[in-house]
Design a protein around this ligand. Structure first.
Ligand SMILES: *Cc1c(COP(=O)(O)O)cnc(C)c1O
Length: 354
């Protein structure tokens, strides 16, 4: 039986996507060939890549606005260094909201000076810093829209005259926003967009060409833009499954509909976290993530009972990250509201037993 999958990533994808994706392994487009055995330069796959890139820009409202979409490899972690390699001349500003921001900062320091404009490390990253200023003389400002591990999410982005770069790995395509205020957005596919193996980079082309260093071909955005993500063999299957997921998002109402569903799920779970005396939320209320809800037991001695309850009820992936402990419910686009209701009922069930 299908489990209620709260895994933080790789994560749940729509069941229709799993079905279509598995069919394509056996016979892709009635071609008599598996998607796994065709050339990435075949017309069939080139059209998958084109559609994936086009859907990504379309869903973000960035078509014909000077942006291109790339599907690269190496995960969001490679973007930590590619961003700096391509854009950091002297100095860049970073907002530190958690493990992933910290890792991005570490890589950027290899290329120049990093100004950490603010950090929420003082409280184990349970909030998003609000009052800080971004120096005018930096090459760009980098932030993380959703902190997958700590369960915080930026609801607003600071106005800045400098290029705005954002790691949206865990909330891309989950909500509506004016994406045109960003100059570069990147996201590892495996949190909300597809399987592991490919990384979406959406880039405003006019921010490139401003650093003086030599950039190795594979690390150079220009290489990939010139070759439309086909400089070398792309992650064919991961791009295909991402394309199917983007189609699913579009045919299910786009980002407005995703946001509405995601908010309903988040409201349902957070209401129970706040109501149930056995649990407490980890993230500051105003910064709570609609994607990853982090919460703990008030009395850890109930852990064994609660863990057994949810594991016996077909729930998967509710364990918190080791740096927060407790529980983390990742409620990406494809997770149905009914799965959240199951966890809420289990929380109530625990309260009744104790
Ligand atoms: C998971 C995650 C990453 C790392 O992604 P990889 O694709 O594993 O390199 C980076 N940033 C955020 C916000 C993440 O959630």
């Amino acid at each position: 039986m299908k489990k209620h999958n709260f895994s933080a990533g790789p994560c749940i994808l729509p069941q229709e996507v799993f079905q279509e994706a598995s069919q394509a392994i056996l016979d892709f487009n009635n071609s008599g060939l598996s998607i796994l055995e065709i050339s990435h330069r075949s017309a069939d796959f080139v059209s998958v890549m084109d559609e994936a890139q086009s859907l990504a820009l379309d869903l973000l409202g960035l078509k014909n606005k000077g942006y291109k979409a790339l599907f690269l490899q190496g995960g969001a972690s490679t973007q930590f260094l590619m961003v700096a390699y391509n854009l950091l001349n002297k100095k860049a500003a970073y907002l530190n909201t958690g493990t992933w921001s910290s890792k991005a900062i570490k890589e950027a320091k290899l290329f120049g000076e990093v100004v950490e404009v603010a950090s929420s490390k003082d409280k184990n990253f349970n909030y998003i810093p609000k009052s800080y200023s971004i120096p005018e003389d930096v090459d760009y400002f980098h932030c993380t829209s959703n902190n997958t591990i700590f369960g915080t999410q930026m609801k607003e982005f600071p106005p800045t005259s400098r290029p705005l770069i954002c790691d949206m790995s865990s909330d891309i395509f989950s909500r509506e926003m004016d994406f045109s205020k960003f100059d570069l957005i990147y996201a590892g596919a495996q949190k909300n967009m597809g399987p592991a193996g490919t990384t979406l980079v959406v880039i405003k082309e006019d921010i490139l060409g401003k650093v003086s260093r030599e950039i190795p071909s594979m690390m150079n955005y220009k290489t990939h833009l010139d070759k439309e993500s086909m400089f070398n063999t792309p992650a064919v299957y991961a791009v295909y499954v991402s394309m199917l997921t983007l189609r699913w998002i579009k045919s299910n109402g786009g980002l407005a509909a995703m946001e509405k569903r995601n908010q309903e799920k988040a409201d349902l779970l957070y209401a129970e976290i706040d109501r149930n005396p056995l649990f407490k939320g980890f993230a500051a209320k105003e910064d709570r993530s609609a994607m990853n809800a982090t919460f703990n037991l008030v009395d850890e001695s109930h852990k064994e009972t609660f863990d057994k309850l949810w594991k016996d009820s077909g729930v998967n992936g509710l364990n918190g990250h080791r740096s927060v402990g407790g529980y983390r419910a990742s409620m990406y686009n494809a997770l149905p509201l009914e799965s959240v209701q199951v966890v809420v009922d289990l929380m109530k069930d625990l309260e009744e037993r104790i």
